[in-house]
Design a protein around this ligand. Structure first.
Ligand SMILES: C[S@@+](CC[C@H](N)C(=O)[O-])C[C@H]1O[C@@H](n2cnc3c(N)ncnc32)[C@H](O)[C@@H]1O
Length: 379
């Protein structure tokens, strides 16, 4: 079966690499930014339960070209919807992409597709399925791209980046969980397990919590709601079996000492609460500390330093990164460092990135940059 996997913009290659590690099958990254993979039911549940970087998994139902809305109708009506949406079940439809050069907007196209679906079921069963935006049985995804149309069923349930440990107020500038995991994978913590891992600007602790989960092999789906039964035979049983297999190999203790600190005394209790919810509080030392007072022993530093909301100016951020760079280079035993910084500040530490991932945060170009530090440089 072919599946489409979605992820945050910029993480496509890293997600494809992660999926290859999980199921041993190389996904294809398409020019529009989608990821497709051909695998069996067991493997797709391994992706659903085990991927830290993916957002959603879609099972395509139909793919065709259509510049006219009438073609949308006939192609969609040809899908055996009555076998997918059973009596009494509900659905919701989401639309993405662009419909340039078509005789419909994406919203009009989606309505036409919805009409065809409803008409097909009414013709077959005599009644129409209801739309339920809050808690639908089925999520249908429509993707338009340059006259191409893909209709899929979303089999994810809750978006995969929502791990379930962020309870209550999220924090002033929380990093999306999958983005934090991408920084940690860029730091190669899963293959070169560090002695210590530092986040000296930890905020609500996302990087530290994700690090503990990755290092202890806690499946990212551990706390997430189990997806609904769906329409794929044996999906539920296979998903639960996979999740239990992954839970069975969770390490009882983190092999790395994780130290997460922040100058804001009010944020640390929240970070501790999230860590407790994720069941990794014993793996992380949380401290209220200015980064300048942190002692960095052998290991890696992975962080999302302040920019924008607290450090207001570009010059202040540049100065902070310069100072952090000098400290790490001349007064620490850090071996590798990954920072999430505005693209124009990627060399502000005085170090040259050896590997980068780029994305946008609103209008801002962002770089996740990995820097290697050699002892020779510190002399
Ligand atoms: C962008 S936020 C980090 C968000 C975090 N990754 C999360 O997911 O919640 C930057 C953090 O740096 C902290 N900070 C600012 N100046 C600092 C300093 N001099 N020393 C330590 N922390 C500082 C702020 O309190 C803020 O929590």
């Amino acid at each position: 079966m072919n599946y489409t996997i979605t992820t945050s913009p910029g993480l496509e290659e890293a997600t494809a690499e992660e999926i290859k590690k999980i199921i041993g099958v190389q996904p294809v990254v398409t020019p529009g930014g989608g990821i497709t993979v051909s695998c069996d039911l067991k493997q797709i549940t391994q992706v659903l339960c085990g991927s830290y970087l993916a957002s959603r998994v879609l099972q395509p139902l139909a793919e065709f070209h259509s510049w006219e809305r009438e073609v949308l109708y006939t192609e969609t009506k040809a899908i055996a919807w009555e076998k997918i949406i059973e009596e009494g079940e509900t659905f919701v439809m989401d639309v993405h992409g662009r419909s340039d050069e078509c005789d419909y907007s994406t919203a009009q196209g989606m309505l036409k597709i919805k009409d065809a679906l409803v008409d097909r079921i009414r013709d077959k069963r005599g009644n129409r399925p209801d739309v339920n935006k809050e808690d639908p049985t089925h999520r249908i995804e429509v993707y338009f791209w340059k006259g191409k149309v893909q209709i899929s069923i979303d089999i994810t349930g809750e978006p995969m980046h929502r791990r379930g440990y962020r309870v209550g107020v999220p924090g002033p500038a929380p990093l999306r969980e999958s983005r934090a995991a991408a920084l940690l994978m860029l730091a190669e913590i899963d293959s070169k397990v560090p002695q210590h891992l530092y986040d000296p600007f930890c905020g609500t602790g996302t990087i530290a919590i994700e690090a503990a989960m990755i290092l202890r092999k806690i499946p990212p789906a551990n706390l997430r709601y189990i997806p609904k039964k769906g329409f794929i035979p044996k999906f539920h049983e296979t998903y639960l079996a996979t999740l239990n297999e992954m839970r069975a190999v969770i390490l009882p203790k983190c092999p790395t000492q994780i130290i997460a600190s922040d100058a804001d005394p009010e944020i640390i209790p929240r970070a501790k609460r999230f860590a407790a919810k994720a069941r990794v509080e014993e793996d992380i030392i949380f401290e209220v500390l200015d980064y300048g007072d942190q002692v960095f022993n052998e290991g890696v530093l992975v962080s999302n330093p302040p920019y924008g909301e607290r450090i207001q100016t570009h010059d202040q951020a540049k100065e902070l990164l310069g100072d952090l760079g000098r400290k790490v280079k001349f007064d620490s035993s850090i071996e590798r460092m990954v920072l999430l910084v505005p693209a124009k500040l990627e060399t502000a530490t005085g170090l040259k990135p050896e590997k980068k991932i780029k994305w946008k945060a609103g209008p801002l170009d962002i770089t996740a940059a990995r820097y290697s530090l050699w002892r020779g440089e510190k002399a």
